[in-house]
Design a protein around this ligand. Structure first.
Ligand SMILES: [Zn+2]
Ligand SMILES: [Zn+2]
Length: 178
């Protein structure tokens, strides 16, 4: 069942409110974030407080996203498993809060969790993942995936992050060899 991502502030006045369920992988919430979810994102949150004192929303989210290895560019699946804590503070002005602190209009009837959740979840997914810690990457000379085979080019001993530098070195070598 799709999660309802708003909190009724009048209801919250009486007791904490649970916010749980799933956000679909194709939910408009993810539009423009660059995130490609592999499965629906599951959220389990609890909201406490009030519009005048401030609202604390906390819990966890879990799911998976599609990504690609920053060295060898192979597709991979990223696990999302994150604790979430969001403070809605009536003393914070719109757009002024620190990370995970948001403005709260004391006269509002409803708290919208969509924007804050989107921001936190985008941050929770690694932007430059590796398929494995010792991924050998691509050969800067011929482009072969060095996890699969050795290609015979000369420049592999160095850290693959130095790929562009190795490329330059081999160009210099070629020029000198002439
Ligand atoms: Zn890799
Ligand atoms: Zn090569």
């Amino acid at each position: 069942m799709g999660a309802v991502l708003t909190v009724d502030l009048r209801r919250l006045e009486k007791a904490p409110v649970k916010v749980s369920g799933e956000i679909a992988a194709d939910d408009p919430l993810w539009q423009g974030t660059g995130l490609e979810l592999a499965l629906p994102l599951r959220i389990e949150l609890r909201a406490e407080g009030s519009a005048t004192r401030g609202v604390w929303v906390h819990g966890s989210c879990s799911g998976g996203a599609h990504g690609s290895c920053r060295r060898c560019l192979e597709p991979l699946e990223l696990e999302i498993a994150e604790d979430i804590g969001i403070l809605f503070d009536p003393k914070t002005a719109e757009g002024e809060g620190d990370l995970a602190v948001y403005a709260l209009d004391p006269d509002a009837d409803e708290l919208d969790l969509r924007g804050p959740l989107r921001e936190l979840i985008v941050l929770a997914v690694p932007a430059y993942p590796l398929c494995r810690e010792d991924c050998a990457g691509l050969c800067p000379e011929c482009g072969a995936n060095l996890n699969e085979r050795a290609c015979g080019c000369e420049v592999h001993d160095l850290d693959p992050r130095w790929g562009p530098l190795n490329e330059l070195r081999s160009k210099v070598r070629l020029t000198r060899g002439k």
